[in-house]
Design a protein around this ligand. Structure first.
Ligand code: SF4
Ligand code: SF4
Ligand code: FES
Length: 248
């Protein structure tokens, strides 16, 4: 047992502050365990969202010592017992209560992305032929657990909430890359990526990649290839001339 001093944000949309709790921590415990201990023994009304405690549901996102993290995957032995530890709600979304934020912005963005539209099967009995490397490319993007830590850290919406109507955020650029690179998909989302998704707002700082608990190479493997598609379509002078001539 080690005793830790942990500061947890308490409050709601009208305001709040950090409160200090002294907690005994067992070997192997994670930040979410400590939050549960505080809830069970000292603050029954402490609001926290979680589900799997296995790094898979994406519910327990918070900012631990200012860094976006999954509470259930952040071990307490990362910190020295005399080190100050703070746990705050993710900042990019409106606060509901304590550690719980309203992430409905993300679900509204998800609705704006046209769904997967497969081409007809390659064989009469309904089968497709796909290159293994095409399957592997999209697999990385499908690991996303929708924790929205990348959305939280992205300065485009974190520091400028007014950009939310113009920028989908990194999680949804990953979703767009997953669909656009799918070997069977036939939908064309390039105009959406340029305009509604606002890919031009991303200046490739890679902060989103750094916090992704699924180790998705968001910037290099999703955003940059999407930017290249937009540049090819709209800013390549040869293609521009060809489009003018062909009228397409
Ligand atoms: S790389 Fe782009 S999407 Fe990712 S955090 Fe930076 S600005 Fe946001
Ligand atoms: S891309 Fe990574 S950080 Fe972003 S929502 Fe998915 S799992 Fe979370
Ligand atoms: S509780 Fe599911 S990811 Fe943390």
């Amino acid at each position: 047992m080690t005793v830790y001093n942990i500061r947890v944000f308490r409050g709601d949309a009208s305001g709040g502050d950090f409160r200090e709790y002294v907690v005994e921590v067992d070997e192997g415990e994670v930040v979410l365990d400590v939050i549960h201990t505080v809830q069970a023994t000292q603050a029954n009304d402490l609001a926290v969202r979680w589900n799997c405690k296995a790094g898979k549901c994406g519910s327990c996102s918070a900012e631990v010592n200012g860094k976006p993290r999954l509470m259930c995957m952040t071990r307490m032995d990362l910190f020295a017992p005399d080190e100050p530890i703070s746990v705050a709600p993710i900042k990019a979304f409106p606060l509901i209560k304590d550690l719980v934020t309203d992430v409905s912005f993300n679900f509204e963005v998800a609705k704006k992305i046209p769904a997967f539209q497969p081409r007809p099967p390659d064989t009469a009995d309904g089968r497709y032929r796909i290159m293994q490397e095409d399957i592997a490319r999209g697999q990385e993007f499908r690991k996303c657990i929708e924790c929205f830590l990348c959305q939280d850290v992205c300065h485009v919406i974190r520091d400028h909430p007014e950009n939310k109507p113009r920028f989908f955020g990194p999680r949804f650029l990953v979703r767009l890359a997953e669909l656009e690179m799918h070997p069977l998909d036939t939908a064309d989302r390039t105009e959406l990526i340029r305009e509604a998704a606002g890919i031009g707002y991303c200046n490739i700082t890679k902060c989103c990649t750094e916090v992704c608990p699924e180790d998705i190479h968001i910037t290099d493997n999703a955003i940059i290839p999407l930017k290249e598609r937009v540049a090819d379509r709209y800013y390549d002078p040869v293609r521009w001339v060809l489009r003018k001539i062909s009228g397409r």
